[in-house]
Design a protein around this ligand. Structure first.
Ligand code: SAH
Length: 213
C-alpha cells in the first residue's frame, strides 16, 4: 500500500483536469489531491486511478468518476464538523473525501462483501467514519438524524421520503434521480415542509437497490 511521488504527480494532474471541468471549491480539490485513489482499486488497475473515469470495484459496483465525486461534494457545501450521511459506501472513496472535508460521516452500504471490505480498509489508511452501516439506504438513518447533508451515490428511481425528512432546515440532499440516466438533484430544506429543488445535469450511476443483500 504505497503512495509514491509518481502517484502524487498523477493526482495533481487529475486535480487540474477537474478544475478545468469547472470544479471550483478549493477544499474539494485539496481533498482529491490528498487521497490515494489508487489504493481504493484492485492493484492490477492502479494505472486507471487518476484518469477521470468511473471504475469497477468488487461485487459489480463502481468507484464513481472523480468529476462526479467532486461535483456532488461541492454541492454539499460541507463545513468542518457537519454531520453527513452517505448512501452507498462502495469503495469508501467518496467517504474519504467527506472525512477530508472535516465532516462527521455516517455511511450505509447494502452489499455485505463491500461493506466488510471497506470497513476494514478505510481505517487502515487513516480514514475514520463516525459509523459505517450495513443496511438499506432507502430508509436513511433515523436514529442519527437530522443531518447537515445527505449524499446518495447510486441512481435512485425516486426520492426516498425518509431522506428528505432527515435533513436539517437549511440542510442539503444531493441525489441522482432516474432509471437509466439520472438527473443530479439538489434539495435545500427551507422549512418543515418546504424544499427548494435544483436539477443539475445528467449522470450515470449503478442503481440504488431496495433492501440489503
Ligand atoms: N460512494 C461509492 C460509490 C459506490 S457505487 C464510492 O465512492 O466508491 C454505489 C454503491 O451503492 C454500491 O456500493 C451499491 O452496493 C450501493 N447501494 C445500492 N443500493 C443501496 C441501498 N439501498 N443502500 C445502501 N447502499 C446501496
Amino acid at each position: 500500500m504505497k503512495d509514491t511521488f509518481k502517484h502524487k504527480g498523477m493526482r495533481q494532474q487529475l486535480v487540474d483536469v477537474l478544475a478545468t471541468k469547472g470544479i471550483k471549491d478549493k477544499a474539494v480539490l485539496n481533498a482529491i489531491g490528498k487521497i490515494p485513489r489508487h489504493l481504493f482499486m484492485d492493484s492490477g488497475f492502479i494505472d486507471h486511478a487518476y484518469v477521470d473515469k468511473a471504475f469497477p470495484i468488487a461485487a459489480d459496483q463502481t468507484i464513481s468518476q472523480p468529476y462526479t465525486v467532486a461535483f456532488q461534494s461541492e454541492l454539499l457545501q460541507i463545513q468542518p464538523g457537519h454531520k453527513v450521511l452517505e448512501i452507498g459506501t462502495g469503495s469508501g472513496y467518496q467517504c474519504a473525501v467527506l472525512i477530508e472535508l472535516g465532516a462527521k460521516v455516517y455511511s450505509i452500504e447494502r452489499q455485505q462483501e463491500l461493506f466488510k471490505k471497506t470497513s476494514k480498509f478505510l481505517p487502515k489508511i487513516g480514514y475514520r467514519a463516525k459509523k459505517l452501516i450495513f443496511g438499506d439506504g432507502y430508509k436513511g438513518l433515523e436514529e442519527e438524524a437530522p443531518f447537515d447533508s445527505i449524499i446518495v451515490t447510486a441512481g435512485a428511481p425516486f426520492v426516498p421520503k425518509p431522506l428528505l425528512s432527515q435533513i436539517k432546515v437549511g440542510g442539503r440532499l444531493v441525489i441522482p434521480v432516474g432509471d437509466d440516466v439520472q438527473t443530479m438533484t439538489l434539495f435545500i430544506r427551507k422549512g418543515a415542509k418546504a424544499f427548494e429543488k435544483h436539477e443539475l445535469g445528467e449522470f450515470r450511476f449503478v442503481p440504488l437497490l431496495q433492501d440489503k443483500n
